[in-house]
Design a protein around this ligand. Structure first.
Ligand SMILES: Cc1cc2nc3c(=O)[nH]c(=O)nc-3n(C[C@H](O)[C@H](O)[C@H](O)COP(=O)(O)OP(=O)(O)OC[C@H]3O[C@@H](n4cnc5c(N)ncnc54)[C@H](O)[C@@H]3O)c2cc1C
Length: 306
């Protein structure tokens, strides 16, 4: 219920104005977002890489409505990738891209063209791109664009969401050699017709999908903070004899950093998803919807009104 209310608020421009301009928001945002600009993204990436983590960077922004916005997002990724290369932060750092930020909603072809330019820039500095997955109305279009991109850039990563009923089948399609697939639970509010609604069903689906990916020929990227699912991931890695070069764990910046360090200490590859940029509202609201403790953190910041 609370999750639905917060996710509904994430689509409200009135609530957005209220939250975005509130003084306390800055402190909350700082916990989950690297900062506003490319320099912040590079600084945080350097810190994480020095701690033995790999990184995927997300330039915040989604639901772009004009070609100019889409071009600006593409250009920011091109700049970011060039600077990551110059700083020696590739291949440890790659980028995550939302096709909606590249114009998917109004012009699929230009979203593809923009994504292609980003993939080419990533390849030029020896790294990769992962296409984030958004709400279910975009899944087919995103997987179509992924398939086209993979013809020229086979290491382009996909994201599959365990809450969608279709995902086991998508996992089977994508568990092929060289195919990088991030498996997450899914962060959007979806109708029962397409998505499991209870946490238990989502978790069970995650495990089924994890088994398909870990027993297949691709490169699974297990994106979760859930201790039970992480333990199952570790177990399946042993069972399927997958060393640290054949799969990875992924977690979000600011969430369970001590667990990220523990896994690195155990010898696993762990990638931290680092968002940066001004357009943090939708991202922050999804993080708040996921976990009551994050809401308590938000409430404390409101109460102290720093
Ligand atoms: C790297 C990465 C990329 C992602 N990309 C996408 C994407 O492209 N599309 C998409 O829809 N979603 C994406 N997500 C979000 C994802 O779908 C989930 O919404 C999000 O990860 C929360 O699910 P969870 O698996 O962590 O489990 P949850 O059900 O949120 O949490 C399960 C358990 O994990 C532990 N836990 C969680 N948070 C904390 C915390 N702050 N401190 C301590 N323990 C905690 C608790 O024990 C909790 O009960 C991504 C997530 C990650 C990590």
């Amino acid at each position: 219920m609370l999750r639905s209310v917060i996710l509904a608020a994430s689509r409200s421009s009135r609530v957005e104005r209220l939250v975005a301009t509130a003084p306390f928001s800055r402190d909350v945002v700082r916990r989950f977002v690297a900062g506003a600009g490319t320099d912040d993204a590079l600084r945080v990436t350097r810190e994480l890489v020095d701690d033995g983590l790999a990184v995927t960077l997300d330039n915040l922004g989604e639901d772009t409505v004009t070609p100019e916005q889409a071009t600006a997002t593409r250009d920011e990724y091109l700049t970011l990738l060039r600077r990551l290369g110059e700083s020696g932060l590739t291949p440890a750092a790659e980028v995550s891209v939302k096709l909606s930020a590249l114009g998917q909603a109004f012009d699929e072809q230009s979203a593809y063209d923009n994504a292609r330019a980003i993939c080419a820039a990533a390849e030029a500095v020896g790294t990769t791109v992962t296409l984030d997955m958004e709400d279910h109305t975009t899944t087919d279009s995103t997987l179509d664009i992924l398939a086209k991109l993979r013809k020229d850039f086979p290491s382009t990563g996909a994201v599959l969401q365990a809450y969608l009923r279709r995902t086991e089948s998508d996992c089977r399609d994508l568990a092929s050699a060289g195919s990088r697939v991030r498996l997450c639970k899914g962060a959007y509010k979806e109708p029962e017709s397409v998505a499991h609604q209870s946490a238990r069903e989502v978790d069970k689906s995650y495990v089924r999908c994890l088994n398909i990916l870990m027993s297949g020929d691709g490169y699974p990227m297990l994106a979760t903070h859930d201790p039970r699912l992480i333990a199952i991931g570790e177990d399946r890695a042993r069972w399927f004899d997958r060393g640290p070069d054949r799969f990875e764990f992924q977690m979000l910046y600011g969430i369970r950093p001590e667990e990220q360090a523990r896994l690195v200490g155990e010898g696993y590859q762990v990638r931290t998803y680092v968002p940066y940029g001004d357009d943090w509202y939708g991202y922050l609201m999804r993080r708040l919807a996921e976990r009551p403790a994050n809401l308590a953190f938000f409430a404390r910041a409101v109460a102290s009104r720093k």
